[in-house]
Structure formats: structure tokens, C-alpha cells
Design a protein around this ligand. Structure first.
Ligand SMILES: [Fe+2]
Length: 293
């Protein structure tokens, strides 16, 4: 009996470590060395049953593991989608609340998000800024663009909602929305350093009023020192502002707007971006028409 126990304990450990063919070899080698013929038949029968049982158990475990892994992937993907969707929904609600203070329809953020996506996709298709562009760029900028004016939360109503042109002093205060945007988002970015949605949001909120020639605000950056995300946002934001009615101006036509933006190429805007914008300008017009009023 003791021999059986030792035999099975040796066999069990070997069986677990090796594949089916190796198992058989170990078992029969062991028989040849350790037991006489009278025991072989009984042991072989017993071992075949045990092996079959272990094989069945291993197969069942593998099936369970495969099902678990498949399910795990689904669970992880669901969670990623949930987090992503809830992040966006929350930010969207916050930004919309801020945006509707100075935009009756609140559609500005929806339209600018679509302009940003179109520009990014067309840049990628044209093979431009290859070192920066990747598969996720258009998605990230579209999601993060609603954060561009998040700093307006900190601008008082008497300036933000003033029914007329701002004085120079008031305009200086209005400019600080990019600093407030930075202050609002930078601490969150530090807590989530790998989150591209937040990284893009920070870049855009800080630098969307910078100009290609360095004459923008608040950081005086120029050319490619301005992050590409913010350069795309600038074109999108200005296109939408020009098309929209303001207290100090009427809504401009698509043609007048593209003419003004075209004149700003190399001054206010990245000339490479404007080239792509002009080539696909009708997409901007269509987005505006679809989501205005
Ligand atoms: Fe802004």
C-alpha cells in the first residue's frame, strides 16, 4: 500500500508537469524498474483511469480558463468603455453648463469637436505631421476639444455675458481663461499622466489662442512650439466664431469666413493646416449647417 502511495505521488507530480506522451513514458519506465508483472495489469488499468480523469479535469480547467479569459476581455473592454463614456459625459455636461453661459444653443462645442476630428483625419490622410499623428489622434482631439474654454468657468458674468465689446481691461481678464483652464486641468493630468484625453485637453485649453507668428496669448508660443492639437483647435474655434452671430458682429458666410482664415495663414494659423482646411472647407460648411440654430 505504501508503495502504491509513493508510486502515485511520483506519478501525479510527473503527470502534471508533462504532456500525454511523456506521461505514458514516465509511467511505463517506472513500471519496468519498480514493479513486477503481476502488478502491472492492475496498475495500468488504475493509471489509465486516473490519467483519463486527470486529463478530463485539465481539459475542463482549460475550458473554464479560456471562457474566463474571453469573458475577462469583455469585462475589461466594457469597463474601459464605461469609464471613457462616463468621463466624456461628465466633462461634456460640465463644459456645456459653462458654455451655455455665453452660447444660447451650446452647439459650439459639438461643432468644434467635429471640425477638429475632420482636420485631424484629413491631415493624417495627407500624410502630414506623421511623427505626431497616430490612429488615436483624431479621436483624442475630438473628445478633448470641448475642454478648450473650460477656463471660462472662472470668468465673471459681467465680462463673459457683456452685451457689447469688451474694454481692454475686460479683455485682459477674459484672456485669463486659458490660465484658469491650465490650473483646472494640470493637477488632474498629474494624477493621470498617461491619459491622452486629459493631455490633449490641457494642451488645447492652454494654447488655443496662441498664433503661428507668436502674437497670440497667453504664453507667446509660435509655430510648432504650439502643440498641434491647439493649432487645430484654433482653426476650428475661429471658423465657428466667424460663422456665428456675436454681440459685436453678424454671422459671416462660409465664403467670407474661409477668406478671412486663408488670409491668416502663416500669421494666425499654421499654413500646413490651412492648406488642408481649404482643400476640405466644404466639410466645415456642412457641419456648421447641420448643427447650427
Ligand atoms: Fe478660448
Amino acid at each position: 500500500m505504501k508503495d502504491f502511495i509513493e508510486l502515485f505521488s511520483v506519478l501525479d507530480s510527473e503527470l502534471i508537469k508533462t504532456q500525454a506522451e511523456e506521461h505514458s513514458k514516465v509511467v511505463f519506465d517506472y513500471f519496468a524498474d519498480q514493479v513486477d508483472n503481476s502488478l502491472q495489469n492492475a496498475l495500468v488499468s488504475e493509471l489509465i483511469v486516473r490519467y483519463a480523469d486527470m486529463s478530463k479535469q485539465l481539459e475542463d480547467k482549460n475550458k473554464t480558463l479560456r471562457r474566463y479569459n474571453e469573458h475577462l476581455e469583455e469585462i475589461v473592454q466594457e469597463k474601459v468603455n464605461e469609464i471613457s463614456a462616463s468621463q466624456i459625459a461628465t466633462i461634456h455636461a460640465l463644459v456645456k453648463a459653462a458654455e451655455t453661459r455665453d452660447d444660447d444653443t451650446g452647439a459650439h462645442i459639438e461643432r468644434t469637436s467635429l471640425y477638429c476630428r475632420v482636420l485631424a483625419e484629413k491631415l493624417r490622410e495627407a500624410g502630414m505631421y506623421k511623427s505626431i499623428m497616430n490612429d488615436a489622434f483624431a479621436e483624442n482631439i475630438a473628445r478633448a476639444s470641448p475642454l478648450h474654454d473650460i477656463g471660462k468657468i472662472g470668468i465673471r458674468d459681467s465680462i463673459l455675458l457683456k452685451p457689447g465689446p469688451l474694454t481692454s481691461e475686460e479683455f485682459e481678464i477674459m484672456k485669463t481663461h486659458v490660465i484658469i483652464g491650465h490650473d483646472t486641468l494640470s493637477s488632474v493630468v498629474k494624477m493621470h499622466p498617461g491619459n491622452m484625453f486629459l493631455k490633449f485637453g490641457l494642451e488645447i485649453s492652454m494654447y488655443h489662442h496662441e498664433k503661428w507668428d507668436g502674437s497670440g496669448y497667453m504664453y507667446g508660443r509660435s509655430k510648432e512650439d504650439i502643440p498641434l492639437s491647439a493649432r487645430i483647435m484654433a482653426v476650428s474655434d475661429v471658423y465657428d466664431a466667424l460663422r456665428s452671430k456675436r454681440v459685436y458682429k453678424e454671422a459671416y458666410s462660409h465664403e467670407k469666413t474661409i477668406s478671412i482664415i486663408s488670409d491668416g495663414s502663416g500669421y494666425g494659423f499654421d499654413p500646413a493646416l490651412i492648406e488642408v482646411f481649404l482643400r476640405h472647407n466644404l466639410l466645415f460648411r456642412d457641419i456648421y449647417n447641420k448643427l447650427s440654430g
